[in-house]
Write a protein that binds this ligand. Structure first.
Ligand code: SF4
Ligand code: SF4
Length: 461
């Protein structure tokens, strides 16, 4: 009896370097459009001013978020949560309709990889030159090219890290600190951390982030169905693939096996083997194959956006478009529209004034001169508008209830103030124990700024 053979299974496969060839075409232009739009928005927004302050600033220290004309306080974080829900819902809807369009065109990982690849191409050359450079033995010119590339990557990464922190610390102040390198410890940490993440993810890890680290990549396939647009290879038309030189007498499919679709793929897969989880839907292979088809005089679309159902049922583009608006998508869109409308209405009706009425627990209701009963309160007034306001305080709920303290209180713009008030009522006007009252604040200059809070007035038994 022969002894069983020992088979060694390696649980770890070393990464194979991918050298994506530059794709050109409609989808590559679209991706660059998104690179410009997203990066202009990211790098420029912190520099915009609004009412003499940074237009978009998440001031964690002061626990206030400034979003253009909107100032959100911790009590308003429901709006931020709603905004995140809307973004997530938009992403889910886009995925149900067109698969990984976010991944392929607008995801920061894709966008920064595109920028870093552009730098790499400018310094090290095209794909073949980069492969040759990496195979070369160490030399001065290789060292110079690699150093220049990493310096350029580092500069973009640092600028990105600095801009990111500029959303949380006033960026003009931060820019002043750059000159003297006098960042605070947290600023240092986040600038370095975010720069390092950009440099590492876009420069070194690239497709590994999409394949192994991205949580969205793990569950987005659950949003796919047979009518979701994906990048597909028309095997019926393309196979059997064979080089152009062997396609004599009309034999073979339209694929000339040039491997251009594989060379441009940033994740290094061959889409002709069917849809794979590594495919980020960037459509670089579509551009590459369309270019090849143009050259050999065959119709475009051997690799194209299509759906699983369209491929098996041979749908026309019109039928595909019609299926895009299937009931599932319409329901998603209707729910999204409802959420957006609800949040928009809530924001529109939001009064930029908040009031908490806190009764002084140390001093229960007590009898003072003239037989009056007095209760003491602290009003926590939050002026969330961008103008200083003077508010008139009114109280109601007990017939003779009146304030001993002044009726007017001023609160600076986007400020909060603790304001003590004393209320009195005649003996006998309220029953012993707790009595429901209301405290109202109305802005003297703008009566639409008005809030009312319930409180209790205690009469000793
Ligand atoms: S680019 Fe088109 S023709 Fe070339 S190998 Fe890929 S599918 Fe075939
Ligand atoms: S297979 Fe095509 S669409 Fe998918 S990642 Fe590769 S190049 Fe992009």
């Amino acid at each position: 009896m022969s002894s069983p053979e020992t088979q060694v299974v390696h649980m770890y496969a070393a990464r194979e370097e991918i050298y994506p060839r530059e794709a050109s075409g409609r989808y590559a232009r679209l991706r660059w459009l998104f690179v410009w739009l997203t990066q202009l928005a990211f790098y420029c927004t912190p520099w915009l001013q609004w009412n003499g302050r940074q237009a978009l600033l998440f001031d964690l220290g002061a626990r206030k978020f400034y979003i253009f004309g909107l100032v959100l306080w911790p009590q308003d974080f429901i709006y931020l949560a709603a905004l995140l829900i809307i973004c997530a819902y938009l992403l889910f809807l886009a995925t149900a309709v067109a698969g990984r369009v976010w991944c392929g065109f607008a995801c920061p990982q894709t966008v920064y990889t595109e920028i870093f690849l552009w730098i790499e191409r400018k310094i090290e050359g095209k794909r073949s030159a980069r492969i040759a450079l990496d195979r070369q033995p160490p030399s001065a010119s290789k060292f110079a090219k690699k150093s220049a590339k990493h310096l350029a990557w580092g500069a973009v990464a640092l600028w990105t890290g600095f801009t990111f922190v500029g959303y949380f610390t006033p960026i003009k102040h931060l820019a002043g600190e750059v000159l003297t390198l006098s960042f605070g410890p947290w600023e240092w940490f986040w600038v370095v951390f975010y720069s390092f993440a950009t440099y590492g993810n876009a420069g070194w890890m690239r497709e590994q982030v999409c394949k192994y680290m991205c949580p969205y990549a793990r569950f987005q396939s659950s949003m796919f169905d047979r009518d979701t647009l994906i990048i597909t290879y028309a095997g019926e038309r393309g196979e059997p693939r064979m080089p152009l030189s062997k396609k004599a007498a009309g034999k073979g499919g339209d694929c000339i096996d040039c491997s251009m679709c594989v060379q441009v793929c940033p994740t290094g897969i061959d889409i002709r083997n069917g849809l794979q989880y590594e495919c980020i839907g960037c459509a670089a292979c579509v551009d590459a194959c369309n270019g090849v088809m143009d050259k050999v005089g065959l119709p475009r679309g051997l690799i194209r956006y299509s759906t699983e159902r369209a491929m098996t049922m041979h749908y026309t583009p019109t039928q595909i478009r019609r299926r895009t608006l299937r009931p599932r998508v319409q329901i998603y869109a209707a729910i999204l529209a409802l959420i957006v409308a609800a949040v928009g209405t809530a924001l529109y009706l939001r009064v930029p004034l908040k009031l908490d009425v806190i009764r002084d627990r140390g001093a229960m209701g007590r009898e003072v001169e003239d037989g009056m009963i007095e209760n003491v309160y602290r009003l926590q007034i939050m002026n969330t508008s961008e103008q200083a306001q003077t508010y008139r305080i009114r109280v109601s709920g007990i017939p003779t209830l009146a304030q001993v303290t002044p009726e007017l209180v001023r609160v600076e713009a986007t400020d909060t103030k603790a304001h003590p008030i004393r209320l009195r009522t005649a003996h006998g006007a309220a029953h012993p124990g707790s009595n429901k009252i209301a405290v109202e604040l109305t802005s003297v200059d703008d009566p639409s700024l008005h809030v009312k809070e319930d409180a209790v007035f205690i009469v000793p038994r």
